[in-house]
Ligand binder design. Structure first.
Ligand SMILES: [Zn+2]
Ligand SMILES: [Zn+2]
Ligand SMILES: [Zn+2]
Length: 129
């Protein structure tokens, strides 16, 4: 995590905002700073934060995830949910703390845009010839 561009490198003080640590606090000055860190490094939380930031809309085509409570919600969710894509591919980072989960590296996509994106990436990564 030494290379993280988001955390402050101050040796004492909050690792997120570098302000002075209150007594009993060791890493972050407040839950807010702790949450900000986790939301940018832990996939489950980052994914949720990214969707919230993008207002549950696909960044590419603007499709919106169905709202809870709409008729046929559970069926709609299967075909119209939104997913979060890593702009720079995560490759197995989903299970660990990683700077690839920075919100700046995440975008919300609908299923079809996500699928198209994954296919394009696969093509791009295929060794040529
Ligand atoms: Zn702080
Ligand atoms: Zn889309
Ligand atoms: Zn980071």
């Amino acid at each position: 995590m030494e290379t993280c561009s988001l955390v402050q490198l101050a040796s004492d003080g909050c690792k997120w905002c570098a302000s002075e640590l209150p007594k009993r606090r060791r890493t972050w000055c407040s839950d807010k700073c702790a949450n900000a860190f986790w939301n940018n490094h832990w996939w489950t939380l980052a994914r949720r934060a990214a969707k919230r930031r993008d207002k549950y809309r696909c960044k590419r085509c603007g499709e919106r995830a169905p709202k809870r409570g709409t008729p046929n919600y559970s069926a709609l969710r299967k075909t119209h949910r939104v997913e979060v894509n890593h702009i720079e591919q995560a490759r197995g980072a989903h299970v660990r703390l990683s700077c690839l989960h920075h919100l700046s590296n995440l975008e919300t996509l609908c299923l079809s845009c996500h699928k198209a994106h994954t296919a394009a990436m696969r093509k791009a990564n295929r060794p040529s010839r």
